[in-house]
Ligand binder design. Structure first.
Ligand code: UDP
Ligand code: MG
Length: 309
């Protein structure tokens, strides 16, 4: 008999815990047919509502239900890492608690694992029910990311993913503090089958992602999986030196030919402000990488546990 670990990061999802459990168990006959045992790993990411209480209720009825509760909100990435660490399964699957990752896809996903794929990932083909500008920026981000990073990051990819023990161990071997999961999946490689489905809207509660949070997350992704912005800073520097050199020659020649040394104050102001802007921008890029390095060097734990059963 094989074991399937079902990992569910939860942040203020009290309304969804039970629904999720029952939705997954609609596949019970499939699990039996494939001789699969399941374990539920709810990872409570410092919820302030009754999430922990709901999981405990389930645990009393069904001993296959387990919980790790964090001491505070550490973010979904940390929750995924904790879940994978706790998973004992031969296979593990990551799902959102809000049922945006339909558990009814599990049999199909498993069939690809049986075919020999190492992991089965999902992407949504529509962004239905999402604000327009959010979709626009998301698309821009993926295009930029794939141009500047050698790690493939798929547009619309969700974290909903079924993987074998080998892939789980590969992900666990990446112990970095800044965890950009979408990049980590791409980085570890292995044979991945992509399934596509229409976007499903959240069952209950609301999304934990504001536009600002997503923006910061995208910067995290870029600094974690590409050093192109750093090269960009150097290239800008070289270009501006070159332009400055030309300008010096032009100025000297002009002085010798026309002799008007005090003319040109407005253009000087423009040049100085442009270049200081570029300088600050490049300094900011370096700062981003420095801050990430600083956090990695501290080697703080990725999460802290309050309760675990
Ligand atoms: N989540 C989490 N920690 C957080 C934010 C979200 O564990 O800090 C969980 C959340 O409970 C849900 C999943 O991550 O199960 C996806 O979150 P959400 O539905 O808010 O994101 P969206 O689907 O809007 O991208
Ligand atoms: Mg969601």
């Amino acid at each position: 008999m094989s074991l399937l670990s079902i990992i569910v990061p939860c942040y203020n999802e009290e309304e969804n815990i039970q629904d999720f459990y029952h939705e997954v168990l609609k596949n019970e006959s499939f699990f039996r047919e494939k001789d699969l045992a399941v374990e539920f790993l709810y990872i409570d990411d410092g919820s302030k509502d009754g999430t922990v209480k709901e999981v405990k209720k389930l645990h009393e009825k069904d001993e296959r239900v387990h919980l790790i509760s964090f001491s505070r909100n550490f973010g979904k990435e940390a929750a995924i890492y904790a879940g994978l660490q706790k998973a004992k399964g031969d296979y593990a699957v990551l799902l959102d608690a809000d049922l945006q990752d339909p558990p009814s896809l599990l049999p199909e996903m498993y069939s690809y694992i049986e075919e020999g794929y190492d992991s089965v990932a999902t992407r949504r083909v529509t962004r239905k029910g999402e604000p327009r500008i959010r979709s626009f920026f998301a698309r821009m981000f993926y295009r930029l990311m794939n141009n500047i990073s050698r790690t493939e990051i798929v547009d619309g990819a969700r974290d909903y993913r079924l993987m074998t023990r080998q892939v789980v161990d590969a992900i666990l071997s990446m112990t970095e503090y800044n965890r950009f999961t979408k990049g980590i999946f791409g980085w570890v490689g292995y044979e991945t089958k992509w399934l596509e489905y229409e976007n499903v809207e959240r069952k209950k509660g609301e999304s934990k992602w504001s536009f600002w949070k997503l923006f910061l997350y995208s910067i995290e992704g870029i600094t974690a999986f590409s050093t192109v912005p750093l090269a960009f800073a150097s290239v800008m520097g070289v270009l501006f030196c070159f332009a400055a050199f030309l300008l010096i020659i032009v100025t000297i020649v002009r002085k010798l030919v026309f002799g008007d040394p005090t003319d040109g104050w407005p253009s000087l102001v423009c040049i100085i402000s442009l270049i200081s802007g570029v300088q600050l921008f490049c300094l900011g890029i370096v700062g981003q990488y420095l801050s990430k390095t600083y956090m990695e060097v501290k080697k703080r734990p990725i999460y802290l546990v309050k309760e675990d059963f």
